[in-house]
Design a protein around this ligand. Structure first.
Ligand SMILES: [Zn+2]
Length: 391
């Protein structure tokens, strides 16, 4: 869901229905923005079912599970760093974005701000330790909270984005909670929370020369969102893809134009790129980006058969298996991605997240699983929460 849909009441109640372990595992910051998905009697009933099964839907033993990777600041080239968040099997796909950092002679430029105080401060501290410098520029690759909610922790940085990203941030300001509450993994102490929108926008490509590093910011949306920006460093053949890239993590398509997203992946395949830093998942390259596009293509074939047979998106996603992609982190995103394909085909696609359609499809998905006595594949409340968090 996008931030503007975040109700204020979440400040107090966002962990309702989750066990302490689940809440700690996810980090409550990852839960902001999820209350709309928790509203409604159907979801209460789902929570009451108290189903425990992870991961969901079932993995496929014929295929490898994703690797595990660490949270680390990794130098990729002189003055160029990637900061990845830890992940791997049995971790939720919701949460925090990877970021990038380019060091100039007098300031650092950040690519994305992460999702909250703990992750943003850890990123800033790692950057300071590596370079001795502070951030003077920050680019938001798109408007999702796990990329922009950390903006406030870059108080001396000019913040840039595509105009759509700024517009979505402005819409979200009023509904942003006023405080960060202490939550493991998200906020160590209670502190003021505010969403700082980007102050500089560009809709054509923009090139920065930071020290000796050329950074081409390319507007590639609509893809993951209508405001996607990627950062291409031609000298080093490095691409910071933002959420145009999900590696070993099921792609989140709630604000996406999937066909155009695949087109963007195909276009990047023609760029002179060796290393791709995705928004989520471990560092990879063109092969991993092509794999993510393949996820959508496999789903498209399966979903289209059922769309043509007049099956609903919820019933379709309860049937569809994706082979090796069933093992990717965040398998429940199959539902939202099916909903999104359907919207593209029936002409209802907009830049906005259709929360009602995803909720309806998820409920139907669970009804099908319950009817087939496949209760182990019913999506429990914690997974519903994870699915609602934008990445
Ligand atoms: Zn995103």
């Amino acid at each position: 869901m996008t931030q503007q849909e975040t109700p204020k009441k979440q400040e107090k109640s966002n962990t309702a229905g989750l066990s302490r372990r689940e809440a700690m595992h996810m980090g409550a910051g990852a839960l902001f923005g999820a209350t709309a998905m928790l509203a409604g009697g159907e979801l209460t009933k789902l929570a009451a079912q108290n189903v425990q099964a992870t991961p969901l839907p079932a993995t496929d033993p014929r295929y490898p599970m994703p690797p595990s990777w660490n949270r680390e600041l990794r130098q990729l080239a002189p003055n160029v760093y990637a900061y990845t968040q830890a992940g791997g099997p049995n971790t939720t796909a919701a949460g925090v974005s990877n970021t990038g950092m380019i060091a100039g002679s007098d300031f650092l430029m950040a690519i994305d701000a992460t999702q909250g105080p703990a992750s943003a401060k850890a990123f800033i501290a790692a950057a300071k330790q590596a370079t001795g410098k502070d951030f003077g520029r920050l680019i938001d690759t798109h408007h999702h909270g796990d990329h922009v909610n950390g903006n406030q922790f870059f108080p001396h940085a000019e913040i840039l984005s595509h105009p759509y990203c700024r517009e979505e941030c402005l819409k979200a300001v009023a509904n942003t909670p006023k405080m960060w509450n202490p939550t493991p993994g998200t906020a160590e102490v209670a502190e003021e929370r505010k969403l700082v929108p980007p102050s500089v926008t560009f809709k054509d490509d923009l090139v920065y020369f930071i020290g000796g590093t050329e950074v081409q910011f390319r507007c590639v949306g609509p893809a993951h969102t209508w405001g996607d920006v990627v950062a291409y460093l031609p000298q080093y053949k490095i691409l910071f893809a933002g959420d145009v890239g999900f590696f070993w993590v099921a792609p989140y398509a709630n604000n996406s134009h999937i066909s155009k997203w695949i087109d963007v992946c195909n276009a990047i395949a023609g760029w002179d790129v060796d290393v791709i830093v995705p928004g989520h998942g471990p560092i990879g390259g063109k092969k991993e980006l092509a794999e993510m596009a393949e996820y959508f293509k496999v789903l498209k074939v399966e979903a289209r058969k059922r769309y043509d047979a007049k099956m609903t998106a919820g019933a379709a996603s309860a049937e569809i298996r994706l082979g090796r992609f069933d093992n990717w982190i965040g398998p429940e995103r199959l539902i939202m991605d099916t909903v999104r394909w359907y919207a593209e085909w029936n002409g209802t696609l907009t830049p906005d997240y259709n929360a009602a359609a995803v909720r309806e499809a998820t409920i139907e998905y669970n009804q099908v699983k319950a009817g087939a006595k496949r209760v182990g594949e019913i999506i429990p409340l914690s997974r519903m929460v994870a699915m609602a968090v934008p990445c």
